[in-house]
Design a protein around this ligand. Structure first.
Ligand code: FRU
Length: 462
């Protein structure tokens, strides 16, 4: 029952609970992915860092657990963090949780560890904690966690997440040696959220993107940094419209080709009671290439390496009319679709149905509303079971020269939609159908608006 929910080409541990990607880094020819991991069960708890690596971002090799809570030092969890390489030794920073008081000002510390064996095992530094809340000079920062470090000139900078006076904030620090840190300032990031988790900074020339996870939909600010290290945002946006139901707590790395690659956690929160007895929970989203555009938006697209998964192709010519819709040749629960639409002639909503049972009673619809510039993953018919959450995932897209290109990846229980590379929507869905599923185009997509269509059945790697 549960096995047909297990994605086939997304990264996930062989068993047990996984949440945030951590310490993502390109090191000596490999992409390394660490992740929040509970080795004792399929629910959140006793958080370690799991570890995997890949040469191509598609095939992943499971490696032994990289980081254990040091019970003898009173450490209970190793929360999220980052990895950096200063040319001498690889280093991670993470939040050490020592007691049940993680919400208090004193409940968390930032620790560091180094590796002398190619990132496999880690030695915690004797001077830990390297940052304590005393640094904040009386500012009562709560839920202080998730350090992210980057190099800037001769200095290292760090951001951490937290809450100040009940509102999400990001704190900034600097260091010359990665061990002694100075607190610089903090930014009340989003007046609408009580907490900010997993902040990330990506610098592209003199532009900065600050990505943060506010207990729901992952957002970003872009802007500049002042001489006194204040982030000065001038644009904002949404990294992915899914939130808890599909995409959360991303992490990033810069690879040897200077690409910024974003990883993110696809929670199984939407699975409801299906999660019990599965023995696993949590999937890593497909790696995305990310860049800051001239207008300050983040552009994202799936890494081109994923083309390696492509199996049987079928194109626009193979679409078969059936009533008011057209059925694509792809017959699988693991598919990639690229569909391009001319919005000029399109007035009424149209879209694509994936994970579609033969009788059409079960399907997940990706619905485009051309008049409103809206796009939705409609999960109301995704599963004939009443158990999973069925709320829609909704966002907006920007047309490009009057066109919309949808790039869609489906993997049994995951749906990831890239709309003109500037809007991303992810979702988890739990169809009952155990056999292969179909793809349909409905509304205007089944008629005039469609100007390009390709689909591939994708091969699994697990
Ligand atoms: C985000 C998060 C982080 C924390 C980790 C704990 O999903 O809550 O803020 O470090 O998960 O597992």
């Amino acid at each position: 029952m549960q096995q047909h929910y297990r994605p086939t080409y997304h990264f996930m541990p062989e068993r047990n609970w996984m949440n945030d990607p951590n310490g993502t880094i390109f090191y000596e020819g490999h992409y390394h992915l660490f992740y929040q991991y509970n080795p004792y069960g399929d629910q959140w708890g006793t958080i370690h860092w799991g570890h995997a690596r890949s040469a191509d971002l598609v095939h992943w090799e499971h490696l032994p657990i990289a980081l254990y809570p040091s019970n003898e030092l009173g450490e209970v969890h190793c929360f999220s963090g980052c990895a950096v390489y200063d040319g001498a030794e690889p280093r991670i920073f993470y939040t050490s949780i020592g007691d049940g008081e993680r919400n208090a000002a004193t409940g968390a510390e930032q620790w560091t560890a180094t590796s002398a064996d190619g990132l496999l095992t880690w030695t915690k530094h004797p001077d830990n904690p390297v940052l304590t809340s005393d640094l904040h000079g009386g500012l009562d920062i709560r839920e202080w966690r998730d350090p992210f470090v980057w190099r800037q000139g001769q200095e290292w900078l760090m951001v951490t997440g937290g809450a100040y006076e009940g509102k999400g904030c990001v704190t900034i620090y600097k260091s010359a040696d990665l061990l002694r840190w100075t607190f610089l300032n903090f930014l009340h990031i989003d007046p609408e959220v009580a907490l900010c988790e997993c902040p990330l900074v990506y610098r592209q020339d003199d532009r900065y993107a600050l990505i943060y996870s506010p207990g729901g939909i992952v957002k970003y600010l872009t802007g500049t940094m002042s001489a006194d290290y204040r982030l000065v945002p001038d644009a904002q946006g949404i990294v992915d419209h899914a939130g808890w139901d599909g995409y959360y707590a991303p992490n990033l790395l810069i690879d040897d080709r200077n690409r910024c690659i974003l990883f993110g956690w696809m929670p199984d929160a939407a699975r409801g009671e299906f999660q019990d007895a599965a023995g696993w929970s949590g999937v890593q989203a497909l790696p995305r290439e990310m860049a800051i555009t001239a207008s300050g938006k983040l552009a994202m697209r799936p890494v081109p390496e994923l083309r390696e998964l492509r199996g049987r192709h079928s194109g626009q010519d193979e679409l078969v009319r059936e009533g008011g819709q057209r059925i694509a040749g792809a017959q699988s629960k693991a598919v990639e679709l690229i569909a391009e639409f001319d919005l000029a002639g399109a007035a009424a909503p149209f879209g694509i149905g994936v994970l579609r049972s033969e009788d059409g009673r079960e399907q997940t619809r990706i619905v485009v509303d051309p008049a409103a510039g809206g796009i939705t993953i409609d999960r109301s018919e995704s599963s004939l079971s009443p158990l999973p959450h069925k709320t829609p995932i909704a966002g907006g897209f920007e047309a490009e020269n009057g066109r919309l290109k949808l790039h869609i990846f489906v993997d049994r229980t995951t749906v990831e939609v890239f709309a003109n590379e500037t809007a991303c929507l992810s979702a988890r869905v739990y169809p009952m159908l155990e056999q292969d599923a179909g793809v349909s185009l409905f509304g205007e997509a089944g008629r005039g608006a469609l100007i390009g269509f390709d689909s591939w059945e994708l091969n699994g790697v697990q």
